[in-house]
Ligand binder design. Sequence first.
Ligand code: ACO
Length: 424
Amino acid sequence: MSEATGKKAVLELDGKKIELPIYSGTLGPDVVDVKDVLASGHFTFDPGFMATASCESKITFIDGDKGILLHRGYPIDQLATQASYLETCYLLLNGELPTAAQKADFEVKVSQHTMVHDQVSRFYNGFRRDAHPMAIMVGVVGALSAFYHNNLDIEDVNHREITAIRLVAKIPTLAAWSYKYTVGQPFVYPRNDLSYAENFLYMMFATPADRDYKVNPVLAKAMDRIFTLHADHEQNASTSTVRLAGSTGANPYACIAAGISALWGPAHGGANEAVLKMLDEIGSVDNVAEFMEKVKRKEVKLMGFGHRVYKNFDPRAKVMKQTCDEVLAALGINDPQLQLAMELERIALSDPYFVERKLYPNVDFYSGIILKAIGIPTEMFTVIFALARTVGWISHWLEMHSGPYKIGRPRQLYTGETQRDIKR
Ligand code: ACO
């Protein structure tokens, strides 16, 4: 637990003064401990958790005003350009970047768990072929809890660690299969001789008919970077969902399924898919001005813009834009949707409506364009986000379970009927 600063906030309620301790973290604003407000018969009220720190954490730090994102202290741009996704996973899970030996050992451990129990593959058949792959992911990841439950003791640190490895290892297999199922192709099994990103692209695009399928290294590098840029993002909606579900002692695979559900919404991870749909709807650069007027009339939202925390720029978006340029150049793609996207970005960054509201492109604005260039179908965009974020979710779950924790149980401001009697 962090130390109190010695500073206190004083709150006057019904004429009584309550002293509230203030705690300091290593970075970021101090927090006022409001627990004692309860004894005065009051709750605090903060819908959307705009000003509420729900937990203490050592994993990720964001300064939204300065556009800073640090994982275990390392800036996201350094990790995205100098470390692999699996090294970033190791960092998030363990607190330090791995040494060469630790890296090799971690890669072996992950590769040993990429297969799923054969019975898992049967779950897919229960879904309609036109099911959204995120719906499939919610189901199959949740279903893993049936395979790892009776013998899983979440109080045992070794059990928790192997759970994290299993999730990081199996999620690409489950994700790729959610695509294969919807296009009616046979599942492709993981290959342990490939890197994490290569293996995922291989399971997505190889078929038994094309035995020599080779993954394009430019695309594998871009994929790895997209994974890294989505690996964690502190107490966002899906991570908070995982923590809340985990706070009941629920099975961790079920908790991750809860995170996937929360991520799916268009205000969160579903935004990357929504960006491409929006670009499709706008159609051409000629229609941008009219679309922007609709946005200003609040008839539609500019998807891929705005963020609850980042109000100047999203540091992930910077690296993503650079990766986007690299991928499009390497593939020789001159995508008209990219021109459209650039025009939207240009207007949004100069129009007072967007400037005043601090609406900048977020990570999802560019990731959709790169994923499209890689050949990933739009409906898989959020699945890829879920794949990459699984390590963040499980790192937070591990952190929560490594010390004392309380069940998450918010209060409410009740505005319904007062007590009344049935009169017949
Ligand atoms: N397009 C147009 N206007 C917007 C947008 C947008 N994308 N986002 C916010 N605004 C406007 C709001 O209408 C509001 O205007 P007002 O002050 O006139 O009422 C103002 O900007 C403030 O917006 P809030 O909704 O209060 O901002 P909040 O922090 O609650 O929402 C959110 C953040 C949900 C991300 C929002 O910006 C949004 O819906 N963006 C589009 C979806 C998106 O890209 N989500 C991905 C987020 S990143 C991620 O999850 C990886």
